[in-house]
Design a protein around this ligand. Structure first.
Ligand SMILES: Nc1ncnc2c1ncn2[C@@H]1O[C@H](COP(=O)(O)OP(=O)(O)OP(=O)(O)O)[C@@H](O)[C@H]1O
Length: 280
């Protein structure tokens, strides 16, 4: 029996290695969506991000993990230039979005934030109806025709896996929904302007396990059409949902690799200690 288990283990490891190799090959075929080159960010004197070199591909879920205060949110918010809202922020290096430097290419912040949507930790619907929450972005972009808006709202709510739950109450205030439903409304709101990338900053940390599972399942669906970059404190979540994982520590990236490598065979002792729960 022990021998059989050992054979099974070897086969498993062999399969995992083959999977990792296959994943790496698939990765090389995918287009690069974001690439940061020696990106540094300071809040005043606090050097919060140090020489970040990361690449994210399309149709992938990229997890960013690391202990509190290591710069995960700061990095993700840099990708759609939200950190600029903090007056003491200064940056060096560049971040390319589909080959264009987001700081110097002339792409407007509005265009960048349309193409790179964001979902936050706490569901933050507007104090408006479910319909108006989702129609908000398209209206800002000039869509006025009711039939077009109806179509966008339905499509976005379907893509966010919440259409069936809300289709009979689209005029109700979004605040009347559960936290998990509100978060899916926020995802629908982000999808309504047809982004290419969805940034998610701990999107399930305020949710119960059932809502969390719904969002994780939804992410697998969304991956077919979007690139997702998710900050998470939940190691199991990173292991479950992502294809690539980057481990941040004290403002720099210790390691970035296929998720199974990060969790099963990391190169750095600090990564191993963190993913096995020894600190953080
Ligand atoms: N608006 C801000 N003004 C000044 N300093 C900030 C600001 N936001 C973050 N920082 C600092 O930047 C560093 C990185 O913070 P950040 O929130 O990016 O970390 P994090 O890894 O996302 O943390 P957590 O997991 O706790 O959310 C910390 O030292 C933090 O205090």
């Amino acid at each position: 029996m022990a021998e059989l288990n050992s054979v099974k283990t070897k086969v498993n490891i062999g399969t995992q290695a083959a999977d990792a190799k296959r994943q790496t090959i698939i990765q090389e075929d995918k287009e690069i969506v974001f690439q940061s080159n020696n990106f540094n960010l300071w809040y005043g004197d606090n050097h919060a991000l140090q020489d970040i070199n990361l690449t994210f591909h399309e149709n992938d879920i990229n997890a960013i993990i690391g202990p509190s205060g290591c710069g995960k949110s700061t990095f993700v918010k840099s990708l759609n230039r939200m950190t600029e809202l903090v007056p003491i922020v200064r940056t060096e290096g560049d971040i390319q979005f589909r080959g264009d430097d987001i700081f110097t290419s002339g792409m407007s912040v509005e265009e960048l934030r349309t193409r790179v949507g964001m979902v936050f930790q706490k569901p933050n619907p507007f104090p408006k109806s479910i319909y108006d929450n989702v129609a908000y972005g398209p209206r800002v972009h000039g869509i006025k025709k009711k039939s077009v808006l109806d179509e966008v709202v339905e499509k976005s709510l379907r893509s966010a896996s919440i259409w069936d739950e809300v289709k009979d109450r689209l005029n109700d205030n979004a605040y009347g929904l559960s936290g998990g439903q509100q978060q899916r409304i926020c995802i629908a709101r982000a999808l309504a302007v047809e982004p290419e990338v969805i940034l998610m900053d701990e999107p399930t940390s305020a949710l119960d396990p059932i809502s969390t599972t719904k969002i994780e399942d939804l992410m697998q669906e969304l991956k077919k059409d979007y690139s997702i970059i998710i900050v998470t404190h939940n190691m199991q979540q990173a292991a479950r949902v992502s294809g690539r994982t980057s481990f941040f520590y004290q403002g720099y990236v210790v390691e970035s690799d296929d998720t199974n490598v990060i969790f099963e065979n990391p190169s750095d002792k600090r990564t191993e200690d963190y993913v096995s729960g020894r600190f953080g």
